[in-house]
Design a protein around this ligand. Structure first.
Ligand code: CO
Length: 481
């Protein structure tokens, strides 16, 4: 039995370029720029199949907006792993949860970190004036935003030390600096915190030693601090040295460790505190800020890490599969102490993932109010994400958009230039319409959360992860000042 949304986990039929998509309703005249979405373009290499939602070969999708029109193009990221899969018809690079078939001889010859995928499919960002596709390895693959052509792996001047990174760099728009955390696996491992200057030079600003590193998909940042929530999904680095199993399967859930929060001063690199918390897991931090002597951290949390098992494709292809519920949670750390316990509360019990907010204006700002996310309707609990939700973090109130047979991707907020209200803008989400068999780009009014327009793509777009809206001339763009 296969689920109605299974085309979202198959293979993109073609690379196409369309000057203008058919539109129902309308897209605002003020919406000018480009939405880039990243994610898998296929879950197959020849006759072989990848095993997990986080595997597959990267494909970029581009929606450009001008004068109420929407254009579209899609293209594979042309990396070594992509070329090798095309030439050999086989999976030849290790992915998140899929390893190539290896002979015993090759297995014996493998050493620390074998051929890891360079198919950077998880996120996109504009860093140091370049458009980058981001992966969980510290490589960044540059692409041309106009043609979607792959430029190549971007080389920073200074070497980044470590093998795995979060795919959610944090931006400080007041300085133009970008921050990320890179894990270096070793006998004594470290979480290395890097700052990338707008010039492209990189600097390691801090390092947190750890015996059994946690799987970190993102981290928190406030005006003063970098926050690492060390979920007890941990790895003994010797298991990565041996590499007998795909990357993520070397990690074990050890809830007795709890989920300690390590706080690092991002200006001095010093460890400012370490706080105890009961075990939980998260992929995505949302926002963090300092307020009233506390460090406040919002994220989409789970009671355990079973969501990773739920994303294996054999589980997702069963429409009766129930994904574990991620909920929007708030954690408060007492800043006047170096140690202590974290207080936590659930801000909304809506089931959600892929959270977004008005990051450009309100990252690190305690006045932020709205979070947008992909969500699961409680009346249609099994299957995949089937609605878009907006949460008011001040009172838990929620607004939703859903349509029968439709499966929304990450909702990206784009603010109307000159706005004063936080939710004056649009939400853009790629939706798989399982009844019609193709995808469309949905535009919601972010305030009323009602549909204002949709632009129809002639083929299905596979379920991706993250994307970003880029205005046409970011260097000249002074909005938000
Ligand atoms: Co992510």
């Amino acid at each position: 039995m296969s689920a109605p949304y299974i085309t979202g986990f198959s293979e993109t039929p073609a690379e196409i370029t369309l000057e203008s998509l058919p539109i129902q309703g309308s897209f605002p005249q003020w919406l000018v720029g480009t939405l880039i979405r990243n994610g898998p373009g296929t879950f197959h290499a020849g006759s072989q199949s990848y095993r997990h939602w986080f595997d597959g070969l990267a494909m970029l999708h581009k929606f450009s907006f001008a004068r109420g029109k929407v254009s579209y193009a899609n293209k594979y990221l042309e990396t070594k792993s992509y070329q090798s899969a095309r030439e050999t018809g086989k999976i030849t690079y290790s992915e998140f949860a899929t390893d190539p078939c290896r002979s015993l001889f090759a297995r014996g010859m493998a050493f620390f970190f074998p051929k890891i995928t360079d198919s950077a499919k998880v996120n996109v960002a504009r860093i140091a004036d370049h458009y980058m596709a981001l992966a969980e390895t510290p490589i960044q693959v540059e692409f041309d935003i106009d043609t979607l052509k792959t430029v190549g792996v971007f080389n920073y001047e200074e070497r980044i030390v470590g093998q795995m990174t979060t795919v959610h760099p944090q931006f400080d728009f007041s300085t133009g600096d970008v921050y990320n955390v890179v894990t270096r696996y070793h006998a004594l491992s470290h979480y290395n915190i890097y700052r990338i200057h707008p010039s492209g030079s990189t600097q390691r600003i801090g390092s947190v030693p750890v015996m059994n590193p946690a799987y970190l998909h993102s981290f928190g940042m406030s005006h003063k601090y970098i926050i690492l929530a060390e979920f007890p999904l941990v790895v003994n680095p010797i298991h990565l040295l041996l590499w007998l199993k795909p990357y993520i399967e070397n990690f074990r859930w050890e809830p007795a460790r709890g989920t300690p929060f390590t706080v690092v001063n991002r200006h001095t690199g010093e460890i400012a505190g370490r706080f105890e918390c009961d075990s939980f897991f998260a992929f995505h931090h949302v926002n963090a800020f300092e307020k009233g002597g506390e460090l406040v951290i919002d994220l989409v949390g789970y009671d355990d890490a079973s969501i990773i098992q739920s994303y294996y494709l054999n589980r997702l292809s069963d429409e009766h599969n129930e994904l574990p519920a991620g909920t929007l949670r708030r954690y408060r750390l007492p800043l006047n102490q170096k140690r202590g316990r974290v207080r936590s509360e659930v801000l909304s019990d809506a089931f959600m993932e892929l959270p977004r907010f008005d990051y450009e204006r309100l990252n690190m700002d305690s006045s932020y109010r709205y979070v947008y996310a992909s969500s699961i309707n409680p009346d249609q609990r099994s299957g995949f994400y089937n609605q878009v939700v907006k949460i008011d973090v001040t009172n838990g109130r929620q607004q939703t958009w859903h349509q029968a047979g439709c499966y929304p991707g990450e909702p990206v907020f784009v603010g109307r230039p000159g706005r004063s209200a936080e939710d004056d803008g649009v939400i853009l989400s790629v939706i798989l319409d399982s009844i019609k068999g193709n995808s469309f780009l949905l535009a919601l009014d972010a305030h009323t959360f009602t549909e204002i327009g949709r632009a129809e793509v002639p083929h299905p777009i596979l379920f991706g992860y993250h994307g970003e809206f880029f205005p046409p001339h970011p260097t000249m763009h002074s909005e938000g000042s």
